[in-house]
Design a protein around this ligand. Sequence first.
Ligand SMILES: [Zn+2]
Length: 267
Amino acid sequence: MLIGTMNHPERNALEEIAWMSEAGMEFIDLTLEPPGAASWEVDTGAIRAALERNRMAVVGHTAWYLPMASAIPELRAGAVAELKRCLYKFAEVGAKWMNIHPDRNTPWHPRQFFIDCNVATIEELLPDVARTGVGLMIENLPGDYNSAPQLAELLDRVPQLGLHLDIGHANLQVPHNTTGEILAAHGKRLRHVHLHDNKGGHADLHLPLGTGTVDLCRCVQALRRCGYDGTITLEVFTPDRHHLLYSRDLLRQTWNECGETAAAQRA
Ligand SMILES: [Zn+2]
């Protein structure tokens, strides 16, 4: 299992890689978002060289606000264009997977409309997925894409699509954290994980691990039970990096101590 974190979109990606490497992060969850890391401005050659120099891996993350399902065709085409450009940029830095955030911002339309639009956008990207070798994975989001059946509406229609599980999101707007249910249904398609804490309800607080109501031990057990041993991004938003370092240590310790039995049960 590799532990990493995300660059701040306001800052220069190369400077972000420098401090992450010093903090012992094993990969960067590279988000291509303006103003600091716009897909049309980043120096992918320099980023790739910095990652190689620091022996860090990379996972691709795109802006969460792209109108992938817009009812206005020109806006949806804009989202397709941006996501296409990101696929090539991520191939250039050496990423194998790129996340996307399913859209639902289509007032006055039924759910099926925005599901169909998301699928159409994803299908339009598939030729470039094949060309670049960078796969697509969808992130669960509180509200409309946070349960196993809701995610199945997209995953069942596009077999190549991977799952990107955000365990913090799985704790929001639900009676119980949906991590176990999502992994039981779609665990074989899991490609990447985001981890952060919150107190349930609606507030996506992105707190340090152990400071909210996410049961870290249970979630680690669920991941290890389905055989996951990949990248986990600490999506902890804090100006004080000690909180990030504490989260890193707590995750490593929980993975080893709490996850062993689950991994053994699987074997
Ligand atoms: Zn996330």
